[in-house]
Design a protein. Structure first.
Length: 339
């Protein structure tokens, strides 16, 4: 099979490698679609703190099952699937208490272990989730980032009827906003600098604040009144926006940190204490988040098509990274087409 290997930052080679044998508890899948995310770009730039080279990327995927091991019962040959890309120890406290997304020895396919950027992939069957027959391959690959959003919204707690502010209109921020709305939030507002991403959010049915030209605290009060938002989701991962979240949160409210911080953030913890804010982290997802994500898409509550801005062929894998570098905010979701 052909496998895309990043041998060093910014360099991808295509090698012909053997297809692994399928063990009793494993499946072989034929890859159909792969999404490129922000963490992949960090690897391409040599700035991901937990990834070394060479590395095979690919963790947002859809695929078709072509072989199953003798002990596999959850999927069958011909099924459409997506894959949970975590590799966990199964023995630490989080793993033994149903919180395997917080595994003490967590590895992620495409970063600390082999990803799925190849024609075929062999994986433990319990990492596969069946997709509806009528779901497109592209939509199937986007279940993974949607599961990130579902997990973040569920971290907040009861969302029905609540007033939500999302900081950041990139793919994850957009999906957090769509998910909050789909799960019953009373109102959702995205704050974003990019005119393009603001327009994408509006096309997805989300109200927006143009952070270049509008005062965010004034916009929050204008939309929600003096009681402001119930929850703020930080989906960028920089010091400025986490401090905005803390500064503009209503006393006693909750901030969910979804953005991945590349640098140490300095925040006003005195303000967090004095205002009795709940500051919650959100890390990846669990199986129940994938199941909920699939259901939201089945019910027509999530707009993926507006987020997909570019498509490239598997042999042009590097072009996907170049598009994101060159087009910046206008490249929302870039999809790798395997066929």
């Amino acid at each position: 099979m052909i496998q895309a290997i990043m041998t060093e930052p910014g360099k991808i080679e295509f090698n012909d490698v053997p297809v692994p044998e399928v063990k009793a508890n494993q499946i072989k899948i034929k890859m159909k679609s792969i999404g490129v995310c922000g963490s992949d770009i960090h690897v391409n730039h040599g700035k991901h703190p937990y990834t070394s080279y060479p590395v095979v990327q690919g963790h947002e995927v859809s695929a078709q099952v072509v072989e199953v091991g003798s002990e596999v019962t959850n999927v069958k040959v011909g099924d459409k699937v997506t894959i949970q890309p975590q590799v966990v120890c199964g023995e630490c406290f989080p793993c033994t208490h149903g919180l395997y997304n917080d595994c003490e020895e967590l590895k992620v396919m495409g970063f600390q272990t082999t990803g799925m950027a190849s024609e075929y992939f062999v994986v433990d069957a319990d990492k596969a989730l069946a997709l509806p027959d009528d779901m497109s391959w592209e939509h199937g690959a986007l279940i993974e980032p949607l599961a990130v959003a579902v997990h973040a919204v569920r971290r907040a707690g009861e969302i029905k009827g609540k007033k939500i502010v999302v900081l950041g209109g990139g793919p994850i921020g957009n999906l957090v906003a769509q998910t909050a709305k789909a799960m019953g939030a009373g109102d959702v507002l995205i704050s974003e600098l990019s005119p393009y991403r603001l327009e994408v959010a509006r096309k997805c049915g989300i109200k927006t604040v143009d952070a270049r030209n509008e005062s965010l605290p004034e916009a929050i009060i204008s939309h929600y009144g003096k009681d402001r938002a119930d929850y703020i989701f930080e989906c960028i991962g920089i010091t400025a926006t986490i401090n905005q979240a803390i500064d503009y949160a209503r006393k006693g409210s909750t901030i969910v940190v979804v953005g991945v911080f590349g640098d140490m953030a300095t925040v006003n913890m005195g303000y967090v204490q004095d205002h009795e804010l709940s500051l919650l982290g959100s890390a990846m997802y669990r199986e129940e988040d994938f199941i909920e994500a699939i259901q939201l898409v089945r019910e027509g509550l999530i707009d993926f098509d507006t987020l997909i801005t570019h498509r490239v062929k598997f042999r042009d894998y590097k072009e996907a990274y170049d598009i994101i570098d060159q087009q910046k905010d206008k490249a929302m979701k870039v999809m790798i087409e395997m066929e």
